[in-house]
Design a protein around this ligand. Structure first.
Ligand SMILES: [Mg+2]
Length: 271
């Protein structure tokens, strides 16, 4: 059992920490651990790069598995990305993420266009993305100055069958290389904004937070650099700590453990 030290609030990744993959099968012990956390009265927040589910569906699905979460516990790249676009009046978009969310964008006041000018090209995880869809955004990116909004830049994700699939981070690199005149921004992890939003939600300073994730590269490096404690669980993308060889030692997580239930929840109020 590992002990993370004084923790005022927990920031928790979903896939690979609470559930195995896009099929949302709970990881052994995770439901019990989360309920113990809730009973201990510790603030917590899910920090997710999920771009394949409506935020409400995501928390409903987790609640249906008996995780003690509702929409107030979620800070997600999809919601923050929509807010970023709305604040700037960018409501005509090319959506390269999953077609399952087309209607959600519409309900939120966006127009998804498939030809002609647009305000922004928006990237999310999409198992069905075809090269032709990327070809189709060359015109808005190169000729019209459309922004490229990457909801996140994960290089791969695990699909419903647990297979690794290329993620929006790969397409973001390709679109960035084009050098269009619009902005290219990233909303989700590893950009700082989503971490700061999550800290606001739980109301603690970075040093009082522990960030738990199965992805030390995309999720934990930023958390550590912002001053948070970091815990790398081996229940998701990486089955062992070999991936840490790809990081500078300063960016290594504070804790490496097999899964969420390997972490001790402190009983005494420290903050
Ligand atoms: Mg994950």
């Amino acid at each position: 059992m590992k002990k993370p030290g004084p923790v005022g609030a927990y920031l928790i990744d979903i896939e690979g920490v609470l559930v195995r993959d896009k099929r949302y099968r709970p990881i052994d012990g995770a439901v019990r651990w989360m309920n113990a956390l809730a009973e201990a009265g510790r603030p917590y927040c899910l920090v997710s790069n999920n771009t394949t589910h409506r935020p409400g569906d995501l928390t409903d699905a987790l609640a249906g598995l008996d995780f003690p979460v509702d929409s107030n516990h979620l800070v997600g790249a999809l919601g923050l990305g929509m807010a970023w676009l709305k604040e700037r009046g960018k409501d005509r978009i090319r959506w390269l993420g999953t077609p399952a969310l087309d209607s959600f964008w519409g309900e939120e006041g966006f127009e998804i266009v498939t030809a002609g000018p647009c305000d922004a090209v928006v990237l999310g995880a999409n198992s069905f993305l075809e090269i032709a869809a990327l070809d189709a955004v060359l015109e808005p990116v190169l000729d019209d100055g459309a922004d490229v909004v990457c909801l996140h830049r994960n290089l791969f994700f695990l699909d419903g069958k647990g297979r690794r699939r290329l993620g929006p981070g790969v397409w973001a690199v390709a679109l960035e290389a084009l050098g269009g005149s619009g902005r290219l921004i990233t909303i989700g992890k590893p950009e700082e904004g989503i971490y700061r939003e999550a800290l606001k939600r739980v109301g603690v300073a970075p040093a009082e937070a522990l960030f738990i994730s199965d992805d030390p590269i995309s999720d934990l490096v930023t958390a550590g650099r912002l001053g948070m404690g970091t815990a790398f669980v081996l229940s998701g993308k990486y089955p062992d700590h070999g991936v840490l060889a790809r990081l500078e030692e300063d960016d290594w997580p504070d804790i490496v453990c097999s899964c969420l239930s390997d972490l001790v929840i402190e009983e005494e109020e420290k903050f």
